[in-house]
Ligand binder design. Structure first.
Ligand code: AP5
Ligand code: MG
Length: 235
């Protein structure tokens, strides 16, 4: 594990592995993994007033209104555990959300956007085989089940299918990705923040590629800080 000052966004189609990689990277860099989907599913599980409002959006595979999402993320990023960095999974998903994130400034400054690139046929396979804990949201699949059949390794909760992992809802979510989220790739590319990663490979290999990209970025950041300090000293 290494400690990092890092603002990271994971973008990718549904089932590309944002949640899987976010969890690994959070352990590796000791910074929080913030999945907006998981934040909202938790509110639904708690049956809070907001959760009751959001339930239908999630079940139908529709995007939650920007205003609600931005407010929730801003609040989460203000928690003390984000002082040294964050990994955003599933946010931003629209240009309006990306603009809101760039307006936040330090310490929520974004260093890198990882685009998990994967063919649609593969994500369809992954999503139909995915299972999650209905209590804590831990991720499993038919290929990597919990140790005791369909009882969560983490919290002993019941492991089931996500409500939005039906064929019809998956198609809707993928359509929204193409329409609303794909334009963000160009948006971040023009800002020099985007790195493409082949997410169709083995999960450990994908993690390795992302860690290499992040470490390179952190090194560049450190080098430019040293060179700026040197220029300040001699001026
Ligand atoms: P969210 O929870 O973010 O869902 P999503 O974007 O549809 O993405 P997924 O969680 O389905 O996929 P993932 O990329 O995390 O893949 P995973 O790692 O699980 O959002 C849900 C809903 O919340 C939205 O539809 C919307 O309603 C709302 N919402 C959330 N954010 C919002 C926002 N910003 N604005 C508006 N609304 C918002 O992997 C999938 C499966 O594949 C797993 O079983 C995993 O074990 C397996 N797997 C992963 N990597 C590999 C690999 N390399 N090889 C083989 N298998 C793998
Ligand atoms: Mg996810």
């Amino acid at each position: 594990m290494s400690f990092a000052n890092l603002g990271l966004v994971l973008i990718g189609k549904q089932g590309a592995g944002k949640g899987t990689q976010g969890a690994e990277l959070s352990k590796h860099y000791d910074i929080p993994h913030i999945s907006t989907g998981e934040m909202f599913r938790e509110l639904v599980r708690l049956e809070s007033p907001t959760g009751k409002e959001l339930k239908q959006y999630i079940a139908k595979g529709e995007l939650i209104p920007d205003e609600t999402v931005i407010k929730a993320v801003k609040e989460r990023l203000s928690f003390p555990d984000c002082a040294h960095g964050f990994i955003l999974d599933g946010f931003p998903r629209t240009i309006t959300q990306a603009e809101a994130l760039s307006d936040l400034g330090t310490p929520s400054k974004l260093d890198l956007v990882i685009n998990l690139e994967i063919p649609t046929r593969l994500v369809l396979q992954r999503l139909t085989r995915r299972r999650v804990c209905s209590n804590c949201g831990a991720n499993y699949s038919l290929d990597s089940p919990p140790k005791v059949p369909w009882i969560c390794d983490v919290c002993n909760g019941k492991v089931t299918k996500r409500v939005d992992d039906t064929e019809q809802v998956i198609q809707k979510r993928l359509h929204l990705y193409e329409d609303q989220t794909r334009p963000l790739l160009q948006w971040y590319k023009t800002r020099g923040l985007l790195v493409d990663i082949d997410a169709s490979r083995d999960s450990n290999e994908v993690t390795r590629q992302i860690v290499n990209a992040i470490d390179q970025k952190l090194k560049d950041k450190k080098d430019s800080k040293v060179s700026n300090n040197y220029e300040d000293d001699i001026s």
